[in-house]
Design a protein around this ligand. Structure first.
Ligand SMILES: [Zn+2]
Ligand SMILES: [Zn+2]
Length: 101
């Protein structure tokens, strides 16, 4: 009885693990990820590099040094439009965040 039930149980368990695994990978791409962690993801780094390359300079002072991508809105975090991002040099970026505090 137990011997025939066991394989079914194992299949059931692996299905649960599969679903759970998928759920985890979905969560890792979603808004539930802490913002600091999101900034470490290859997806964000890629997007930030892209917008920096496109604009090429700071939106505030025109500097081309130490450029960073700044979020104008977090609404589409994880799948930002280019319009959601602003390229700022490190100094202007820090100042922008100070202003908002
Ligand atoms: Zn600047
Ligand atoms: Zn910022």
């Amino acid at each position: 009885m137990i011997q025939t039930a066991q394989p079914t149980y194992l299949i059931g368990l692996s299905v649960v693990l599969l679903i759970f695994g998928n759920a985890l990978s979905v969560v890792s791409c979603s808004k539930l990820m802490p913002y600091d962690e999101y900034l470490q993801t290859p997806e964000w780094r890629e997007r930030a590099a892209q917008v920096k390359m496109l604009r090429g300079k700071c939106a505030k002072c025109g500097s081309r040094e130490r450029l960073e991508a700044h979020h104008l809105t977090y609404e589409r975090r994880g799948h930002e439009d280019m319009a959601d991002l602003q390229v700022l040099c490190h100094d202007c970026h820090m100042r922008t965040h100070d202003d908002h505090r």
